[in-house]
Design a protein around this ligand. Structure first.
Ligand code: NAD
Length: 427
């Protein structure tokens, strides 16, 4: 046998850089909280991971194979919950990392769920509607043994939407022989979706921002806000903070940003955006690049576009008091440390953008009960759950001197660890 030069053999195929980052975060908090070694070991890897090949008949008559994934990180507290993304960078490590973060997020919010994530490696923008539908339906049938309202409930994520969920729900229902709306969340309201789901993430971000402003005693009647990404999450957060009397001084989208230190008229910006398709050029504002936007002076910075926006390169140039993470993973671990040292508070994604999964939970509950709530009821319950989680995290961070991210993780991880300890290790 030929001798192979010794290299670290991964314990599991998911151990990409992305996944190891999430695992290191767990290791760090496990050490800090003195987590039982065996419980810690059981939480370091996904419980199960399925890789499937999804053959699709393309519009030109050829057949193309795509790779799909569905990962359950943990199911101690209930069925697994997490989005499905369609993107060329989807891989086992990324999906496993995001599934682990979903475990902590659901536990932190007190939802009876474990963490999951799924995806298909593809370029969704190159697919016709028909190809997208056939890809979604075949993927659903390939992972059908993992999903179900009591097992695993997918939701939309990058480049998937209400329509994707409707196709998954239909494919699942046809296979089991009856209609099962609660197999997915993020469905259109007409087939069992919840009122308030579309606005839920942005609403939760705005809510966390206000709680943080009051907890950290930011002075002044109208704190100033910069929002990167004026899509679903960013625009709703900006709208609600504007309504609450905050001054939105900068916003951006993929085309670039705008700045107005006197405050942007957000309702008029919505009208402008629907006509022009971008925020650039809005009356009374000066153009600013997405890079410079992050460094504008403000009380609150809300990254609500992409991951990896606040890095070692710009963390020292940020000019805000609080970062509220609307996007998933907008701050790299190195930047996170630098911000902590500079005394800039970061409200982490697993808390700040958890409004989406919380209303997804409401959608699932309403579907199981066949009893639907009004939008006001949904929003009230969301504020109750977000409020409780925010208070617990901010109090722990202040008392323990942990960063807000570590405090949030500590609460999430300790809830799972306690449940695992009580349930024991089978057999
Ligand atoms: P979206 O597609 O509605 O909006 C994204 C926005 O970001 C758009 O305005 C787009 O123009 C802008 N954008 C894209 N690339 C950019 C760039 N390079 N620089 C600046 N802006 C850019 O998406 P969304 O649903 O609002 O999601 C935003 C983020 O929030 C994502 O990271 C997503 O994973 C996260 N998130 C969303 C939800 C949800 O319920 N929608 C829940 C949890 C987390």
């Amino acid at each position: 046998m030929v001798a192979v030069k010794s290299a670290k053999v991964p314990t599991m195929e998911c151990e990409t850089e992305h996944f190891l980052m999430a695992q290191r975060q767990l290791d760090e908090i496990a050490e800090e909280m003195g987590l039982d070694r065996e419980l810690h070991e059981r939480l370091r890897y996904p419980k199960r991971a399925l890789i499937v090949t999804v053959p699709v008949r393309m519009d030109d008559g050829t057949v193309k194979s795509f790779t799909g994934y569905r990962v359950h990180h943990d199911v101690t507290l209930g069925p697994a919950k997490g989005g499905i993304r369609f993107h060329p960078e989807v891989n086992l490590g990324e999906v496993s990392c995001l599934a682990m973060l979903m475990t902590w997020k659901c536990a932190l919010m007190g939802l009876p769920y474990g963490g999951a994530k799924g995806g298909i490696r593809c370029e969704p923008w190159k697919l016709s509607i028909g190809e997208n539908e056939r890809l979604t339906r075949r993927y659903t049938s390939e992972i059908i043994n993992l999903i179900g309202p009591d097992k695993d409930i997918p939701a939309p994520d990058m480049y998937t939407n209400e329509q994707t969920m409707a196709w998954i729900m239909d494919t699942y229902s046809i296979n089991v022989g009856h209609t099962v709306p609660s197999v997915v969340t993020g469905k259109p309201v007409s087939i069992g979706g919840s009122f308030g789901r579309t606005e839920a993430t942005g609403r939760g971000v705005a809510y966390c921002a206000r709680r943080a402003v009051s907890h950290y005693g930011i002075k002044g009647d109208s704190p100033t806000v910069v929002v990167q990404g004026f899509g679903n999450v960013g625009s709703i957060a900006a709208k609600l903070l504007h309504q609450a009397g905050y001054k939105i001084v900068g916003v951006s989208d993929v085309h670039g940003g705008i700045y107005n230190p006197k405050g942007i008229d957000i309702p008029r910006l919505f009208a402008y955006l629907s006509e022009m398709g971008k925020v650039e050029g809005f009356t009374g504002s000066t153009p600013v690049s997405n890079k410079d936007l992050l460094e504008l002076p403000c009380d609150l910075l809300i990254p609500a576009a992409l991951g990896g926006q606040i890095t070692e390169e710009n963390a020292n140039k940020l000019n805000c008091k609080i970062v509220v993470e609307g996007a998933n993973g907008p701050t790299t671990p190195e930047a996170d440390l630098m911000l902590h040292e500079r005394g800039i508070i970061v409200i982490p994604d697993i808390l700040a953008n958890a409004g989406g999964v919380t209303v997804s939970y409401f959608e699932w509950v309403q579907g199981m009960m066949h009893l639907f709530w009004s939008e006001d009821e949904v929003n009230q319950r969301l504020e109750q759950i977000m409020g409780r989680a925010c208070d617990q995290v901010l109090e722990l961070a202040t008392k323990s001197k942990l960063s807000v991210r570590m405090a949030a993780l500590r609460i999430g991880v300790s809830r799972i660890a306690e449940a695992k300890r009580l349930r024991g290790l089978y057999p």
